[in-house]
Design a protein around this ligand. Structure first.
Ligand code: AKG
Length: 205
């Protein structure tokens, strides 16, 4: 089953959702979190200055996107065979982190994903590594893409359009019972940058 957002809750192009998901997952969605001009300033700066690289995943294949990692000193994010030591926070990232922490969560690491076109993607996964916080703040900049979530057992699937300036917060038990993905698209979409702010226990990284 695929359920999309009910468009009737959209007011003046601004749409906020709070999804209380099966088994205690929680997803907050705000498609109007950042004003468009500020979001473009962040997009351009991060596109030009972040330390982008194309990592190889668990089976040695290049990931279909570029990534960069920033955070507190000594924090490393390891997932799917990749090792992502944090570079020192850039000022812009700290500014964005403050804005998201004002909504929910506390973060010491940010993974940036850059989707160069519709051919770039991230497959179904959960961010459920031991020692990681359960709240993840995820900001979208640039092209609109589809963000999907799927329950591990029932396969209930929901889909959201993530726009320029959209914030999603994933919380509760969502990483335990649900997976998420950004699928490839044949649409002629431009570049998108996504920032996921996380908490990684210093002892576990
Ligand atoms: O690009 C996105 O919206 C999702 C990124 C993601 O799933 C991740 O970094 O774990």
């Amino acid at each position: 089953m695929v359920r999309d957002i009910d468009p009737s809750v959209t007011v003046n192009n601004s749409c906020r959702q709070r999804w209380e998901l099966a088994d205690g997952g929680l997803l907050l969605y705000d498609n109007d979190f950042l004003p468009a001009d500020l979001a473009w300033t962040y997009f351009e700066e991060l596109r030009q200055t972040a330390a982008w690289q194309q990592q190889r995943g668990a089976f040695g294949y290049p990931q279909p996107r570029l990534t960069a990692a920033y955070g507190d000193e000594g924090i490393t994010y390891r997932y799917s065979g990749t090792v992502n030591p944090a570079l020192p926070w850039a000022k812009t990232l700290l500014e964005i982190k403050d804005r998201i922490e004002a909504i929910d969560g506390r973060y010491n690491f940010c993974l940036l994903n850059r989707y160069r076109s519709g051919a770039d993607s991230v497959g179904w996964h959960a961010d459920d590594e031991p020692g990681h916080g359960t709240i993840i703040g995820s900001l979208s900049l640039g092209a609109t893409r589809t963000f999907r979530i799927r329950h591990n057992l029932t396969r209930e699937t929901r889909s959201l359009a993530v726009h320029h300036g959209t914030l999603i917060i994933m919380a509760g038990t969502m990483q335990q019972f649900w997976k998420h993905e950004v699928p490839k698209t044949q649409d002629d979409v431009g570049e998108r940058i996504n920032l996921t702010f996380r908490w990684i226990d210093p002892g576990s990284s």
